[in-house]
Design a protein around this ligand. Structure first.
Ligand code: OGA
Ligand code: MN
Length: 277
């Protein structure tokens, strides 16, 4: 029987009693949708899926994103996050894929730089290092709820400009080609997302460059203060990966980041599917 056990009061729940390789019944899919809306992050242990099973499972929740223009695997439904190169050995620290993994170590919402950003992300562990390489989540609903009412009211009407080229070039100037920059112009997103019935959430992260209509210094001060506030330990769940783990998270309710690991000595390979808007 499908069981949903909260990991704590704010975010995260463990889901047992289903086998994703056998598909989902409509009742199971509905229970998972409700659990995502409520808990923001679901942990499904012992689901050693392959790519096809992960895509089938993900499509229960909506239309999948295709990997953005200019990225490895462009046009496919799968994003592979790994430090293992095409030849099966560890990639150099300067390889694009390793730099992209480093970009994921900043708090972010997936695809917030797209006009239609990611709703859900589904990530499965295929190879994990012996230490580090956690994925951490910050509850943006809990953070918003903890702000003073006057600040909540001030934030509600604001829009942030999310700029992929800017955020990636902060990690390494060589990480974005001119073609990618042209394909990903900045897009406005609300600073507060109100569509979740369980409460409004802050929406910022690494791609949030500026507040529309504000100057750069004011923008950076506000964004950095709110991200620091929202990522205090009491708002965060840190997931230590085990073989066969799958996580599903609501990008409208949490930011996430990867934690470092010994990337020049250990292997890590994760596969993500992403449900759009
Ligand atoms: C992602 C991501 C972090 C990680 O899959 O979108 O940011 O821990 N992953 O690999
Ligand atoms: Mn991500």
């Amino acid at each position: 029987m499908l069981t949903i056990e909260p990991k704590g009061p704010l975010l995260g729940a463990t889901v047992t009693g289903i086998d994703l390789r056998a598909g989902l019944t409509p009742a199971e899919a509905e229970a998972l949708r409700a659990a995502i809306a409520r808990h923001s992050v679901l942990h499904l242990p012992n689901q050693a899926v392959d790519d096809a099973a992960q895509v089938t499972f993900s499509e229960f929740f909506g239309t999948l994103e295709s990997t953005r223009a200019g990225a490895d695997g462009e046009g496919s439904k799968l994003i592979v996050l790994t430090n293992i190169g095409p030849d099966g050995t560890l990639a150099a620290p300067t390889a694009r894929q390793v730099l992209n993994n480093r970009a994921n170590q900043s708090w972010h919402h997936d695809s917030s730089f797209k006009p239609v950003p990611a709703r859900l992300s589904i990530l499965s562990a295929r190879e994990i290092p012996s230490a580090g390489g956690n994925t951490e989540f910050a509850s943006m609903r809990a953070a918003f709820a903890a702000l003073a009412p006057a600040e909540q009211a001030r934030l509600h009407p604001l829009q942030a400009l999310h700029d992929f080229t800017w955020s990636r070039r902060r990690v390494d100037p060589a990480l974005v080609t001119e073609a990618e920059a042209a394909a990903n112009p900045p897009v406005p997103q609300p600073v507060v997302r109100s569509e979740n019935p369980n409460g409004p959430a802050l929406y910022l992260g690494a791609h949030a460059r500026a507040i529309e209509g504000w100057d750069e210094a004011e923008s950076r001060a506000l964004i950095e203060r709110l991200v620091a506030f929202a990522t205090q330990p009491h708002f965060v769940y840190s997931h230590r990966w085990a073989p066969g783990d799958m996580l599903v998270w609501d990008n409208r309710a949490v930011m996430h980041r990867a934690t470092p690991f010994a990337a020049s000595g250990e292997r890590r390979r994760m596969v993500r599917t992403t449900v759009a808007g």
